[in-house]
Ligand binder design. Structure first.
Ligand code: ASP
Length: 415
């Protein structure tokens, strides 16, 4: 690991803990109104990261296509990645179901706060408008094809950008004479996007310090205490899944767990404090390529796709939340209903956007599938922001491990 990235991760870690402690102090003195003066620094950090996403994803996927050399090579990588996403997401949901059935956090829970009216109105509307599972999954696939690539780039619709970049890459392989200049431009855009990410990382400790301080100052510990059993179930489930992923990475990479955690420190901590897999993507890409040493062409393709559709943490969280709500409302779920939750939570997470709070919206699919009241979302709202931090971290870690696994499988194939 490069010394500079180790120091970078340390600085971010210290900033995060300092933000957490100071945020709690601010909360206990009731001074959260002053956060509005410093919060812009956190917002600036997230906006800087988002600024890199479109040029980085577009050029990375295109260059990975060019370097792979054939559409077949991409197909082989894509199949492995998608298989990994499905398998690990299902395992994550399984962990969630096991822990929620052991801890039973919803039995005897206070229903006092329940109600969709507790959600801010736009979010409540989005929850109510969420389509069924079939439509959600189908729409993810159909919507992945952009009708207007310029609009996809302008609106930062990552999946559409990926698809367009793949098409453009394949055509460039078939028509090398017509793509000479484009290749040069894309190579430069990619190099500069990575350089820009490094520059933004210098600002990460300040951004993360402020983001953590803001969350803690606003939420404090009251909600966490009253929903402690539920929070505990989600966190324990996520930790168990993260442990499983770490084991897989250790075996495939043949390195110690500590080595892996240290080298992925920057994306893990950034995911935790931004609650956005998409915003973390530039940092995830630099860490996986430069610290872990995964081949660039694998990382360039598997990471952007993973950040968009692979959400182990979200899937686990949705299964626990659904059963928690069922228990709180006194519903006795049959095994068949738990299996439906298992399937819907695994698939609904694919439809969740890689932004803060997205998992809460697709939750309605899981609740609807087993006839649970949407109002139940009101029960878990108070701790959603906090749990979003944990689940996003697992989402991003899952993407990193996926890249490690796919790369090692491809290396084995070539031997
Ligand atoms: N915030 C999560 C992410 O960006 C999605 C979710 O809300 O679960 O990965």
């Amino acid at each position: 690991m490069q010394e500079s990235s180790k120091k970078e991760a340390q600085r971010i870690g210290i900033a995060m803990i300092a933000g957490l402690i100071i945020g709690l102090i601010i909360h206990s003195f009731g001074m959260n109104q002053y956060m509005e003066y410093v919060k812009p620094l956190g917002t600036v950090f997230i906006r800087l990261l988002k600024m890199v996403i479109v040029p980085l994803v577009f050029s990375s996927i295109f260059m990975s296509m060019i370097n792979l050399g054939t559409p077949e090579a991409l197909g082989s990588m894509g199949r492995k990645a998608v298989l990994y996403y499905f398998m690990t997401t299902a395992i994550a949901v399984f962990f969630g179901l096991v822990f929620v059935n052991i801890i039973n956090p919803g039995i005897g829970a206070d229903l006092g706060g329940a109600g969709l009216d507790k959600l801010n109105s736009t979010m409540a509307q989005k929850v109510q408008e969420q389509e069924g599972l079939y439509n959600t999954v189908l729409n993810v696939l159909i919507d992945a094809i952009p009708t207007n690539p310029a609009a996809a780039l302008a609106n930062a619709t990552v999946l559409q950008i990926i698809v367009f970049a793949i098409f453009l890459g394949v055509m460039s392989l078939y028509y090398p004479d017509r793509s000479k200049n484009l290749k040069g431009v894309m190579e430069d855009v990619e190099g500069l996007s990575m350089a820009l990410t490094h520059a933004i990382m210098k600002f990460a400790p300040i951004g993360i310090f402020v983001l953590m301080m803001d969350v803690m100052a606003k939420s404090g510990t009251t909600a966490i205490i009253s929903l402690s059993k539920y929070v505990l179930t989600v966190v324990v489930g996520l930790l168990a899944h993260a442990g499983f992923l770490l084991f897989v990475a250790t075996v495939r990479l043949k390195k110690s767990p500590l080595y892996i955690i240290k080298n992925l420190g920057a994306p893990i901590l950034t995911a935790f404090s931004t609650s956005s897999s998409a915003a973390t993507l530039p940092i995830t890409m630099t860490a996986v390529e430069e610290n872990i040493g995964v081949r660039k062409d694998t990382a360039k393709f598997v990471l952007p796709l993973g950040a968009t559709i692979n959400m182990d943490g979200t899937a686990l969280y949705e299964s626990v939340a659904a059963i928690f709500i069922a228990q709180a409302y006194g519903y006795d779920l049959t095994i068949a209903q738990q299996i439906i939750i298992f399937m819907t939570a695994s698939l609904a997470a694919i439809g969740a956007a890689a932004i803060p709070g997205a998992g809460l919206i697709t939750m309605s699919i899981v609740l609807g599938a087993v006839g649970l009241p949407l109002e139940g979302i009101g029960l878990i709202l108070a701790v959603d922001r906090l749990l979003d931090m944990f689940r996003t971290t697992v989402n991003v870690f899952g993407d990193c491990v996926g890249t490690i696994v796919v790369d090692s499988l491809l290396k084995e194939e070539k031997v």
